[in-house]
Design a protein around this ligand. Sequence first.
Ligand code: NAP
Length: 247
Amino acid sequence: MDKLKGKVVLVTGASKGIGKATAISFAREGYRVVINFKSDQKAAKAALKECDRLSEGNILAKADVSKEREVVKMFSEIKKRFRRLDVLVNNAGVFDGSDNPINIKTFENIFRNNFISCVIVTKHALPLMKTGKIVNVSSIHGRLGYGRPSAIAYSASKAAIESYTKNLAKALAPRILVNAVAPGRVATPMWGNPGVAEQKKLGEAHLIKRMIQPDEIAEGIIFLVKNDAVCGEILTIDGGMSLVTLG
Ligand SMILES: NC(=O)c1ccc[n+]([C@@H]2O[C@H](COP(=O)([O-])OP(=O)(O)OC[C@H]3O[C@@H](n4cnc5c(N)ncnc54)[C@H](OP(=O)(O)O)[C@@H]3O)[C@@H](O)[C@H]2O)c1
């Protein structure tokens, strides 16, 4: 645990859901956490408050990571404040209800928010990272053939993240190790904050017969950051969802 103390992590999309749980987990490990968010200042402040109970020096960084101009501004703040970055978690992402095979606007929106955003943030993070770790948040939908037609752009954007993760790992190792997590259905605001009954229904898609909790994804991300031998891997945390159709 000491190995992680005092280091700086940027978690994109950390005002809620998986990003918030991840930010709190890093604070618990003694990290100084940069909590990026797009618009929900109230939720971001609540995330900061929870992190501040666990570690010092945490900050909020409001920026739409799909816009390079805003990302440049965010990194000039990070540079001024910390002069370094040890870990980057590319978590921010969106799901779009208008996703279908012919909606080009949705493809463009999803690719910009889920994939190009990762490329932009990584580009501006690298000059601050001498060594360290990058973890991208993919999805079980991004694994070969696991998506569905009503999430066709979303699935393709996550498949792009997987390919990007592996090639980025080749480009940056051994200085910086790059990996990803591929979650199944996680109980977050992305699902509209599902209640107990709704979670039970959605959880039926998993072998574990429940939804995954954000903390359980955060644990996987912390594992990838602590481990120095995993490189270019996509860690599936899907409650067995990807096996369901095979059984
Ligand atoms: N939930 C799942 O079942 C699931 C499964 C697999 C993968 N994932 C992936 O996990 C990641 C997090 O999902 P989640 O369920 O935790 O989502 P969520 O609850 O909807 O939270 C999304 C977070 O991302 C931020 N965000 C969205 N677009 C952004 C942008 N352009 N710039 C900066 N921040 C942005 C939001 O900020 P504001 O609050 O300010 O809007 C919020 O903090 C996503 O990449 C998602 O695709 C989720």
